[in-house]
Design a protein around this ligand. Structure first.
Ligand code: NAP
Length: 306
């Protein structure tokens, strides 16, 4: 079957690291155009203006938006109004209401809207979810500590309103948690550390119902930690390496020490959704972020400079 054409919008870090390689290897998609003020991909038609791409390439029925969350909504709205299917990087928007509006619009225009969560596609998430399905979860702890300078070099948008701060990576942990737990939990409190010169938190400690806690920190240098440790009625288990490795007790039972399998699976899922005429928008991870920001006690900490 011929590959469907897709346009990639926002040629920045994640587009280059993951979307372009995933599309190059995809049996479903052909990268047919890019839209970016500065970035291009060799051999692919490059637009700097989104409206010009929508008008000039009616053959491209799908757009994948890799912009930061703040400027993303008007792009998604314009694409849907132009009858295009839309795939959204995580987080799917700056606010919940924005994404609800896109869902309604996509339904009205009869196009697919896919709010992706790349960490849910990590190798060991599905086996962990299957193992946990009939277990009682007694408590769980998330440790998500990474170096913002490594993953978001010079990207001031993460510290601007709508950029979510440490919840930008933390929401990946929450996307896994909300997928694998047999019963949902909700946020009961949070402590948020804001650098005195920034508008979003650099660290967060969150408590949830059901004995779940989380420790997010963006100041970790050296080895990075992306772990979810869970105590169940049948003993402990842990998802490590961002959901890519699963341990029951000390025994590793599933996974791969790579994160490169996630985006190919997102594009395969998008192809399925478009073929089925369906949308997929699960906002559970974003609800936790909104609630942590609503309930969070603010602590001011040292200024942060890239
Ligand atoms: P980025 O490199 O800072 O930005 C992506 C591109 O968006 C930029 O190259 C820029 O392209 C465009 N852009 C930025 N601000 C814009 C604005 N105000 N108006 C229009 N276009 C704008 O960000 P990123 O790290 O790729 O992250 C993008 C999304 O991917 C975020 O939602 C992030 O959470 C998600 N993500 C990132 C990572 C990561 O490791 N960085 C991992 C997974 C997911 P032009 O200037 O060329 O137009």
């Amino acid at each position: 079957m011929a590959r469907e054409k897709v346009a990639l919008v926002g040629i920045g870090k994640i587009a280059r690291d993951q979307h372009v390689p995933a599309l190059a290897a995809s049996p479903d998609w052909e990268l047919a155009a890019t839209v970016s003020r500065s970035g291009t991909v060799e051999g692919v038609e490059a637009f700097t203006d989104f409206a010009a791409m929508l008008a000039g390439r009616p053959d491209i029925r799908t757009v994948s938006l890799c912009l930061p969350p703040q400027p993303r909504y008007p792009y998604a709205e314009a694409a849907i109004r132009a009858g295009r299917h839309v795939m959204l990087e995580k987080p799917p928007g700056q606010t919940l209401a924005e994404v609800h509006a896109l869902e309604r619009l996509a339904a009205a225009f009869g196009v697919t809207l896919y709010a992706t969560w790349h960490s849910r596609m990590a190798e060991a998430v599905a086996p962990a979810k299957a193992w946990l399905a009939d277990k009682v979860v007694r408590k769980a702890h998330i440790t998500w500590r990474e170096d913002v300078r490594k993953w978001h070099p010079g990207q001031d948008w993460v510290f601007e309103p709508g950029g979510m701060g440490v919840f930008d990576p933390g929401i990946n942990a929450l996307s896994i948690l909300t997928d694998i737990l047999p019963e949902p939990v909700h946020v009961t409190g949070a402590e948020l550390e804001f650098p005195e010169n920034r508008d979003t938190p650099i660290a967060a400690r969150i408590s949830f119902s059901g004995g779940v806690t989380a420790d997010f920190d963006w100041r970790q240098e050296g080895p990075q930690t992306w772990d979810i440790e869970i105590e169940t009625g049948a003993g402990p288990c842990a998802l490590r390496f961002g959901g890519n490795r699963f341990f029951i007790g000390d025994r590793e039972v599933a996974g791969e020490a790579t994160i490169m399998g996630e985006y190919p699976k997102l594009y395969a899922r998008m192809a399925e959704l478009v073929r089925a005429g369906a949308s997929e928008v699960d906002l559970a991870p974003m609800v936790h972020v909104a609630d942590a920001l609503t309930l969070g006690r603010r602590v001011v900490t040292d200024p942060f400079h890239f």
